[in-house]
Design a protein around this ligand. Structure first.
Ligand SMILES: Cc1ncc(COP(=O)(O)O)c(C=O)c1O
Length: 479
């Protein structure tokens, strides 16, 4: 028998915890521009979240106090201006406030009948996004991110491929069908490969046609492989913005091949699709408007909070044929009263559209274009700073927002540089003033800072270069 009565949620707890969270959140956000990405107390703070499930709860005020005390300390400042790891945007004020509202209203974005607000805003947000990206696509869905957008688009592509073989895959499955040809470049993102595994085709289904050590597309070899299929339907995956250096496949050429060979063209533009917003980079995406399906991400360059991605389909009615979800008690999908739960893998869905709609409404096309162009400028500034010193070596052109380079001080043997840069990458994360990740580019270990956060300023980029050189020298001296 437990002692005493259980602790239950109480209406009168609400104001206190929300006010406290607001007060502390504002203080956190006020300091975010100057805050190190990793606070020195991070490990101790996160380790304090431990222990057994309490039989009797402590109540909302105490629980939230613990979360506030250790949570800010244990969190990386990943929405701050000096987090250049992965490709992670910050959160615009409009998007943040709207996302809070999504929790306050706790709308399920499953169906119009459950939340007309979420369904209408999702339909509108998708229309605005298609307009922003100059896509003619009529079908679409908000997802948790580009991984699930790739999954959604490839499931749609697979349904089309099954139809070409006379099979409704959503109904019958893939048993008895031949292997599904998926042709792409070495730029293909791991999430596409994962999506193929989740769809039951296996990671090996992705065939990469690679012209050089950076993974660049060998389009002639891919065209030859398509010809060898001799009219069998295939899926082409074009990569708009790869993660090492922001390079692009020749999407228009792949669109021509898709037209000529009965292939479905899918474009992964998780962040690269945003190149369409600026006349300076738009040409990189030429041909994406001809794709059957397109993926992009909200929590990257749109600067809405995690999690948010976009799947765009050329055919308005393709997704419900793949993701149909029938039960007598569920609503029917139609354009007037959409049921997004039958257009994608998830039934229970957060109302992500509130944040997407709010940031587009707040800053408009021009604001988001200016944000993208600001990052293009910052990437060029970083590239110039790298080029200006003799201990840094840039390894790739900078077509977009990623600068791929390594620490390569004069006098260090070339054979040592990979190990040196690996240690530098570790030292950078431990130091915590800036975050950037390492990768292997054309066989060489490199840093690949990605610039997508609306808060990032010139001084952040300049400071990053100084810190990389300082830590590089320290790591080299310790070797
Ligand atoms: C090109 C590309 N595709 C897909 C993804 C997966 O995105 P998410 O983490 O939003 O699922 C990423 C993530 O960095 C990416 O860069």
């Amino acid at each position: 028998m437990p002692d005493g009565a259980p602790t239950l949620p109480r209406r009168d707890e609400l104001r206190g915890v929300l006010e406290e969270v607001l007060r502390e959140s504002l203080a956190y956000l006020d300091g975010l521009d100057e805050r190190p990405v990793r606070s020195p107390g991070l490990e101790e703070a996160e380790a304090r979240f431990d222990g057994e499930l309490p039989e009797h709860g402590v109540g909302a005020a105490v629980a939230l106090r613990e979360l506030l005390d250790d949570g800010f300390e244990a969190a990386t400042a990943s929405s701050g201006p000096r987090f250049f790891h992965f490709v992670m945007g910050g959160v615009t004020p409009a998007a943040l406030a709207a996302d809070w509202l999504a929790s306050v209203l706790d709308q399920i974005a499953y169906a119009w009948v459950a939340s007309p607000l979420a369904a209408r805003l999702e339909r509108l947000a998708l229309r605005w996004l298609a307009d922003l990206f100059e896509l003619p696509h009529r079908g679409g869905l908000l997802t948790t991110g580009a991984t699930m957008a790739n999954f959604t688009c490839l499931a749609a592509a697979r349904q089309w491929w099954g139809e070409r073989h006379g099979v409704d895959v959503a109904q019958r499955g893939i048993a008895g069908l031949p292997p599904m040809p998926v042709l792409t470049s070495g730029h293909v993102h791991a999430s596409t490969v994962k999506a193929l595994a989740m769809l039951g085709h296996g990671r090996d289904a992705a065939r990469r046609f690679v012209a050089d050590g950076t993974g660049r597309l060998d389009v002639d070899a891919l065209a030859a492989a398509l010809r060898a299929l001799d009219g069998q339907p295939a899926i082409l995956v074009a990569n708009a913005g790869e993660v090492n250096a922001g390079d692009f496949d020749d999407i228009a050429r792949l669109a021509d091949l898709a037209d000529a060979h009965d292939a479905w063209l899918h474009v992964d533009g998780a962040f690269g699709l945003f190149a369409r917003l600026s006349p300076r980079t738009r040409a990189l995406t030429e041909g994406v408007e001809r794709a059957d399906s397109v993926t992009s991400d909200g929590h990257k360059w749109l600067n809405v909070p995690y999690d948010c991605g976009f799947a765009f389909l050329a055919e308005g009615d393709r997704l419900p044929r793949v993701f149909a979800y029938d039960a007598a008690y569920l609503a029917q999908d139609d354009e007037e009263r959409p049921v997004f739960g039958v257009r994608g893998p998830e039934g229970s869905r957060r109302a992500r559209a509130l944040a997407v709609w709010a940031t587009l409404r707040a800053y408009g096309r021009a604001g988001h274009r200016a944000l993208v162009e600001g990052h293009l400028d910052l990437a060029q500034r970083l590239a110039r700073a790298v080029d200006a010193v003799d201990d840094l070596e840039r390894l790739a052109d900078v077509p977009l927002n990623i600068v791929c380079f390594r620490y390569a001080p004069p006098g260090v043997d070339a054979a040592e540089l990979d190990a040196l840069n690996t240690r530098l990458g570790e030292a950078l994360l431990e130091d915590g003033r800036f975050y950037a990740g390492t990768t292997t580019h054309d066989g060489r270990v490199a840093l690949r800072p990605a610039l997508v956060n609306w808060r990032t300023r010139d001084e952040d980029v300049d400071g990053f270069v100084s810190v990389v050189r300082e830590l590089g020298a320290r790591v080299a001296a310790a070797t």
